[in-house]
Design a protein around this ligand. Structure first.
Ligand code: ATP
Length: 302
């Protein structure tokens, strides 16, 4: 239902000259969730997010943000969305406080300044320092506060923890979970697998301008290949195992057979029932291995 969906893109295409940056991006983010948008450098994360805010226009495809078409109603979209760009361009002579007051003005002075203070304290940000004298991480904190401060319905965050130390990264995760508890939908890009694993309820992986996976982290692991090591009481002919759908025999060493299994284990287990099995070990890949498999494909193609 449109009312329950915070973000939809269908068939999004974008060219930069001869670079085909988005090749049909299909995404759906339900309201109230935290979704990590993961992909290697140049995969199309920033381009997708910028299209959602009508900062750039796609060449094809449709977008709905909180039920609105950003091309028809960009102001309404930006009013309801908190956006952290990958690189926030701020007036260099302003202090952090000036910058936040400016963003508050843009939002019609609707921001609860007590909440801004809370955010600033939690991120240990000194608002009196001029932007030009802030470190990269502290500029990032200004960007985060401006994105969060209006308690928006939807947060679109382009690499929210970029430049932050590990303690601050953890604080940002807590802030995002807190925003979600308050009803905000969070969509954030990243190329840090552990970060996405730590907070995202669902993950969309983009590669070469196309979404290649979209699922809960545990589901991605379930779907991935797993390794199985079976020790038999007596040496066996592994050919019957090779015949099972999704199973390939990797090696046979005396009574030990190593297999790779794609998808569910049912066929293998039923076939093994006919063998004198002594021991069986299954190895799930980590989320990191699942992603790296995608990234490896990416490198092979390029
Ligand atoms: P990163 O993780 O490095 O930020 P990304 O996933 O956000 O990458 P995009 O910045 O969306 O990727 O870039 C997608 C593709 O479009 C890349 O090939 C990039 O080089 C290209 N691209 C992006 N912006 C421009 C631009 N203004 N002009 C030309 N090419 C661009």
């Amino acid at each position: 239902m449109a009312g329950e969906t915070a973000l939809i893109t269908e068939g999004l295409e974008k060219y930069y000259g001869s670079v085909h940056a988005l090749r049909g991006v299909d995404l759906q983010v339900e309201r109230g969730g935290i979704v990590g948008f993961l992909g290697p450098n140049g995969a199309g994360k920033t381009t997708t997010i910028r299209c959602m805010l009508d900062l750039i226009r796609p060449h094809a495809g449709t977008i709905r943000v909180l039920g609105l078409d950003p091309q028809a109603d960009p102001v309404a979209v930006r009013r309801r969305v908190g956006y952290l760009p990958g690189e926030l361009n701020l007036e260099q002579n302003m202090t952090g406080e000036d910058a936040l007051r400016y963003f508050n003005q843009l939002r019609g002075n609707r921001v609860d300044w007590g909440y801004v203070r809370q955010l600033v304290d939690r991120l240990a940000l000194d608002l009196k320092v001029a932007i030009k004298n802030l470190s990269r991480g502290n500029k990032q904190k200004v960007g985060l506060v401006q994105a969060l401060m209006a308690r928006p319905e939807l947060l679109l965050l382009d690499e929210p923890t970029s430049g932050l130390d590990p303690l601050m990264q953890q604080e940002v995760y807590r802030l995002l979970r807190g925003a979600q508890a308050g009803g905000t939908t969070v969509f954030f890009s990243s190329h840090i697998i552990s970060e996405v694993d730590a907070i995202a309820e669902r993950i969309a992986i983009i590669r070469g301008g196309v979404i290649v996976e979209e699922a809960a982290p545990a589901r991605l692991i379930d779907m991935a290949m797993r390794r199985v090591r079976v020790r038999f009481k007596t040496p066996v002919d592994p050919e019957a195992l090779n015949q099972v759908n999704g199973v390939s025999v990797l090696s046979v060493d005396d009574g030990e057979v190593r297999l790779q299994v794609e998808g569910e284990m049912d066929g293998l287990i039923k076939t093994l029932a006919g063998f004198p099995v002594f021991d069986l070990e299954t190895e799930h890949p980590s989320l990191e291995e699942v992603f790296l498999a995608h990234y490896a494909n990416d490198r092979e193609e390029s």
